[in-house]
Design a binder for this molecule. Structure first.
Ligand code: HEC
Length: 126
């Protein structure tokens, strides 16, 4: 009587294919996870940081009645710009500018401030 020529774990070729697929999935996870974590900052921490570092020029809190200065747009005005995205805020804060001083914010700080600015976009004025 002839036994089937298969090992219990299946055909070698299909097995290594499964391994490759699993490896790819793990690699994708490893690459994607840190980026996803980056995409969500902490708006409360961003608000705190902005109150300390940015409120000298920007009106940081939409509930404030008085503009800090009309030389800089309020955070709410920045949030209302259709061009404002987390990416545009990140790009702005990572690069140097002429008018606004260059802050050396860490990546998490940038994400937090970005999250805060995007959060007040949805908040009604007043
Ligand atoms: C000394 C004044 C000053 C301070 C302090 C300041 N800014 Fe600004 N900021 C400006 C001015 C002026 C502009 C508008 C001109 C420009 O875009 O460079 C601006 C523009 C911006 C913009 C809009 C960029 C765009 O897309 O048009 C963002 C976002 C911003 N500031 C974030 C911040 C954050 C976050 C802080 C605190 C860490 C901060 N600013 C602190 C003066 C300031």
């Amino acid at each position: 009587m002839q036994k089937p020529q298969r090992s219990p774990s299946g055909h070698p070729a299909s097995r290594s294919h499964r391994c490759a697929t699993a490896f790819l999935a793990l690699t994708a996870l490893a690459v994607l996870s840190p980026r996803q974590a980056q995409a969500y900052g902490d708006p409360a921490a961003g608000h705190e940081l902005a109150t300390t570092w940015c409120s000298g020029c920007h009106q940081v809190d939409p509930r404030a009645q008085v503009l800090a200065t009309d030389a800089a747009p309020s955070f709410q005005a920045i949030a209302a710009l259709p061009s404002t995205t987390l990416l545009s805020i990140q790009a702005f804060l990572r690069t140097t500018h002429d008018v606004m001083p260059n802050f050396r914010l860490t990546e998490p700080q940038i994400d937090n401030v970005g999250a805060y600015i995007l959060e007040i976009r949805t908040r009604p004025p007043g």
